[in-house]
Design a protein around this ligand. Structure first.
Ligand code: SF4
Length: 433
């Protein structure tokens, strides 16, 4: 059986799809290789959320096409969100590509790799994996992502994810719980729940308070140390959800809640509603309910019609909100997003300058908040030797999600009382110096 090499681009939700496709191929007898130059079949699982992500996907496809021209690769498969936008064009414009697999066609990867499938007619994606679906984890053994839902029903005017991923659909409750247990038994100490909007979990299944109930259940699993979730939608952050996080030590005191903006008029044109004042009240309630909670968010600057005053309002909001972690994106004028039709487009340089100013504001806030931890001790999840230097190990605190937030550098790893050498996945006590 030919060796298959995977490149996975984009978000953790796309990574889970890659892991499912790898699982299906391995069960089908294929050998997976981490080296593109060894692979006889190459699969690029693409992202197409915004223009820079699309460009990265195209560049990666062309890079892998080189291996087909000059390497051992005989087949090149393109999967993921770019296929949902350009399934025919990819095959027309890149002759090295042999087949395309959309986000709803993950389970057809075997036919694509085997040569029985080239392209399927576009249909609204409906695929959802479950706990019996084979999956090969690509993350370190001690942490794993767990997709609890797919798709999205929100009407955010700048976003094309509903077109790429389909309507919101939750996985079955018991299937998610079984998978979390299996991941724990396979060595995961931390499981991070993902979906486009995790806070809507269960609504389509008629489950009231679906996410709090799921978290309550996962908090009973002995195998896990931390359970975390990403992508909360602000108006779905309920008192019950906050109380549940506060009640169970296993539920990380951490909330990732993309707000996108703080100006009422910009939020209205984004079709997200609400305002900075309402968000400040929500943050107050979150902090009052969950002591020591870490807060992450992300914003878009340069949205059509964003005025200097709107941007000032956003800067004032960020200063008042005091987030632990924050990401800022420049608006990307994607031609099949509703916002493409809006007037008063903001110049790209202006948007980039606003992003830099907002990030500079947050850097000061983060630096001040990190300083408050010096001299204190915390439990931390050991990640292992740092990629930056063998002399340093990395770890994360409860308030740090994998890959996107800050991290700890450990300079000396004292052997524990029983002289056992520390390993990745261990929960250790660290003192911040
Ligand atoms: S909630 Fe997120 S994924 Fe859904 S439409 Fe809005 S930005 Fe897109």
């Amino acid at each position: 059986m030919p060796k298959v090499g995977f490149v996975s681009l984009g978000c953790p939700k796309n990574l889970v799809d890659s892991e499912v496709m790898m699982g299906l191929l391995a069960r089908g007898g294929y050998e997976l290789t981490p080296r593109a130059d060894e692979a006889e079949v190459l699969v690029v699982n693409t992202c197409s959320f915004i223009a820079p992500a699309q460009q990265e996907s195209v560049d990666t496809i062309l890079e892998m096409a080189e291996y087909k021209r000059f390497g051992r690769a005989r087949r090149l498969i393109v999967a993921g969100c770019l296929v949902e936008r350009y399934r025919e064009q990819i095959l027309e414009q890149v002759p090295e590509v042999d087949a395309v697999v959309g986000t709803g066609e993950v389970e057809r990867i075997l036919e694509a790799v085997g040569g029985e499938l080239r392209i399927l007619p576009a249909q609204p994606p409906a695929f959802l994996y479950h706990d019996l679906t084979p999956r090969i984890l690509s993350t370190p053994r001690h942490q794993a992502y767990l997709k609890i839902a797919e798709g999205c029903d929100h009407p955010c005017s700048f976003c094309i994810i509903p077109q790429l991923r389909g309507a919101f659909r939750s996985r079955r409750f018991e299937s998610v719980v079984r998978e979390a247990q299996n991941l724990g038994r396979a060595g995961a100490r931390e499981v991070t729940l993902v979906g486009q909007d995790t806070t809507s979990y269960g609504e389509d299944l008629g489950l009231r308070d679906g996410l709090p109930r799921l978290l309550e259940r996962l908090a009973q699993l002995d195998e896990l140390y931390w359970v975390r979730f990403l992508y909360a939608y602000p108006n779905r952050v309920t008192p019950r959800l906050l109380e549940t996080i506060a009640k169970y030590p296993k539920l990380a005191r951490y909330l990732d809640m993309p707000l996108q903006h703080a100006s009422r008029s910009v939020l209205a044109r984004m079709k997200r509603g609400s305002s900075g004042d309402a968000f400040l009240k929500l943050l107050e309630r979150i902090r009052a309910t969950i002591s020591g909670v870490a807060l992450r968010t992300s914003f878009i600057v340069g949205f059509p019609g964003e005025t200097k005053a709107d941007f000032r309002e956003l800067c004032d909001f960020v200063r008042a909100a005091d987030f632990d972690w924050m990401g800022v994106f420049c608006y990307s004028d994607v031609d099949n997003a509703q916002s493409f039709a809006l007037g008063s487009k903001v110049n790209e340089e202006v948007a980039a300058e606003r992003r830099n100013r907002l990030m500079a504001t947050q850097k000061e806030i983060s630096a001040r908040k990190l300083k408050t931890r010096v001299g204190k001790r915390f439990p931390a999840l050991l990640e292992g030797p740092s990629k930056e230097s063998d002399l340093v190990w990395e770890a994360r605190l409860e308030g740090m999600a994998p890959e996107i937030d800050g991290k700890l550098y450990l300079t000396d790893i004292e052997a524990s009382a029983d002289r056992r050498v520390a390993q990745a996945g261990d929960i250790v006590t660290v003192e911040v110096t």
